[in-house]
Design a protein around this ligand. Structure first.
Ligand SMILES: [Zn+2]
Length: 257
């Protein structure tokens, strides 16, 4: 324990109840020096930048776009939506559709807003030394994602569990990490794995367990048209993979079997 340990509990408790309060306090609230992408990367040199945050040049372009570039993107996307409407057999001059291209373009950018975020920005100092070594679970986090094969939504819940190894993260950050990855084009399996791997690399915990339960509109509205099917995926890392008891405790607490 170092001389900052006295404030850990306070910080953690605050973060679990009011994330904004924490963020508004700036540097004073950062028990660990992991507030920036640079320091995060320095601690975990193999991770984040190459893997999750900047999948390609287009992602970086979007995250760092100027206002002018954003306007250009919106105009280009609106034009593409107009083309889609024409291709499905619609009259784009019809009154009800006049503003639809721009409206849908904005909606799509919102659906995929996870490309504008990165892990360093989200974590932003909210990692704390804490000797807690019992399972931490945040369950029933709602997710809205887009299937990358059909560009239609899949929605559901993600359950996140981890066993700390000297470091914990503000609970609201778990929600935001899930949000960042789900607000990108995804397949459910990869989304599950990405959240697990990100947590593993950020916290280096004893174990991580992620479960995602979702329904896919591409299954409900087309193809097999199974309207009640729920797809469940999981990713277990570290002791959550190797220790059956830890895994059992996680599933018991989720009330899943
Ligand atoms: Zn699909």
């Amino acid at each position: 324990m170092d001389d900052r340990s006295g404030s850990y509990e306070h910080y953690v408790v605050d973060d679990r109840t009011d994330d904004n309060h924490l963020e508004s306090n700036g540097a004073a609230k950062s028990p660990l020096d992991v507030g920036s992408m640079d320091s995060l990367s320095a601690q975990h040199p193999t991770h984040i930048l190459n893997g999750f945050n900047c999948p390609n040049a287009f992602t970086q372009k979007r995250e760092h776009a100027t206002e002018q570039e954003e306007n250009g993107r919106l105009a280009k996307l609106s034009g593409a939506v107009r083309t889609i409407l024409e291709c499905i057999g619609e009259d784009t001059s019809r009154e009800g559709l006049l503003r639809t291209p721009e409206r849908y373009a904005k909606a799509l950018l919102f659906f995929a807003k996870g490309y504008e975020e990165d892990l360093g920005g989200i974590v932003n100092g909210a990692i704390f030394h804490e000797n807690h070594d019992e399972l931490v679970i945040v369950k029933d986090i709602e997710i809205f994602s887009l299937c990358e094969h059909h560009l239609v939504p899949f929605t559901g819940k993600i359950h996140i569990g981890y066993i700390p190894n000297g470091r914990v993260i503000g609970l609201s950050k778990l929600v935001r990490i899930a949000e960042m990855f789900s607000r990108r084009l995804q397949v459910q399996e990869r989304l599950t794995k990405q959240v697990a791997t990100a947590l593993s690399e950020i916290l280096q915990p004893q174990g991580v367990a992620i479960v995602v339960e979702a329904t896919h509109l591409c299954m409900r509205m087309r193809g097999v048209e199974k309207t009640t099917t729920i797809t469940t995926t999981s990713s277990m890392l570290g002791s959550m993979r190797s220790n059956a008891k830890a895994r059992e405790e996680f599933f018991n607490l989720l009330k899943l079997t």
